[in-house]
Design a protein around this ligand. Structure first.
Ligand code: AMP
Ligand code: MG
Length: 333
């Protein structure tokens, strides 16, 4: 006679005990797995110190809120059984918006190390020469809709390969619509009436500039992707609001190479990941100071060229990041 037949009650009790032991093992195994996931998530975030508490609710779900550390991270839930997110460059914890702003402002210098190179696209190949342009124009104080005319046209040629200025072009320009400079304009730019009176008009100055560019070996007629040079300015105003607007108004032909340019202010901000700022601030950021007279076209151009050289030395790839929105009306001279 089998034992179970002899003592059926005893056998049933033994079976129940075995089932209980198995259930307990399964429960322990599940808890162990969830703890592992949690640890993985925390290790990936690198914020172990930030952990305040670990909760397990009735359903057995473990939830962890990461406490506030410096810098502050957004809330992160690590849930039982959930696969920890893949480790990406940014990790699974992202900075909150406010933290990002605080970090940007507080650690400008530190941010330099994160400077990245934007890949050059086909039409934005790196070029060897940068023609830095900073024009001065007629103006009035507190005049909103003033129609400006260029009165100084300087270009500083930067050889990006050799990290130095290789040549300079400079001419004053005679205004034709409003021939008399305001005292404010002379004070601001340092340009005297006699200097513009003796200068060529914008049309002639642009022809002179083109001759100089040719003499410097610039490939003026090459398609944009094959050009060995590009114009660069501190913002959109010089090539758009001053040069293009005046040429449009007066029907002056200008080269197609003026239509796309390097907006150095924007590129500076993108490259170093700082807010866009004025020339002297950019220089200060790079450990330099403004040399010469502010609002003198040639001095502004030289200082912008210094900024560009330092950016190139820091590993910034120059590319055409701005242009005229309309199709160019005129072909190359
Ligand atoms: P900038 O490149 O900053 O030297 O300025 C270029 C031109 O903008 C000047 O030649 C002026 O025609 C005009 N401009 C600059 N600052 C002022 C200002 N504060 N008031 C009126 N016009 C200005
Ligand atoms: Mg200027």
């Amino acid at each position: 006679m089998a034992a179970w037949q002899a003592k059926p009650r005893e056998c049933a009790a033994q079976t129940v005990r075995s089932v209980r032991i198995i259930c307990l093992c399964v429960q322990l195994f599940l808890q162990h797995t969830s703890a592992m996931h949690l640890n993985q998530g925390i290790a990936a975030s690198g914020t172990q110190q930030a952990i305040r508490g670990l909760k397990m609710d009735r359903s057995g779900t473990m939830t962890q809120l990461l406490g506030r550390a410096t810098p502050r991270y957004s809330r992160c839930h690590v849930v039982n059984g959930a696969r920890p997110p893949p480790l990406t460059a940014r990790s699974e914890l992202s900075l909150s918006r406010r933290s990002k702003r605080r970090k940007r402002g507080a650690h400008k210098e530190e941010m330099q190390q994160f400077a990245i190179e934007r890949p050059a696209r086909s039409a934005e190949r790196p070029f060897r020469y940068l023609c830095v342009l900073d024009v001065e124009a007629t103006c009035e104080e507190f005049s909103r809709n003033y129609v400006h005319e260029i009165i100084e046209l300087p270009v500083v040629l930067v050889d990006l390969e050799k990290s130095r200025v290789s040549s300079e072009f400079h001419t004053y320009v005679k205004p034709t619509a409003n021939k008399t400079l305001s005292p404010f304009c002379t004070r601001l730019t340092g340009i005297r009436q006699s200097q513009v009176d003796a200068a060529p008009t914008l049309e002639t100055a642009l022809v002179q500039l083109e001759g100089w560019l040719e003499a410097q070996g610039m490939l003026l007629d090459a398609p944009v992707a094959e050009r060995n040079f590009a114009f660069a300015a501190d913002g959109p105003w010089d090539l758009k609001n001053f040069l293009d607007a005046e040429c449009e108004r007066k029907g002056i032909r200008k080269g197609a190479y003026f239509d796309k340019w390097v907006n150095l202010k924007q590129l500076f901000s993108d490259f170093y990941r700082v807010r866009s700022c004025k020339i002297h601030k950019m220089l200060e950021f790079q450990g330099m100071t403004f040399e010469g007279r502010l609002h003198s076209g040639i001095d502004d151009s030289r200082n912008i060229a210094r900024i560009a050289i330092k950016m190139a030395q820091d590993g910034c790839v120059m590319y055409l990041n701005e242009g005229l929105s309309r199709k160019p009306k005129f072909v190359s001279l």
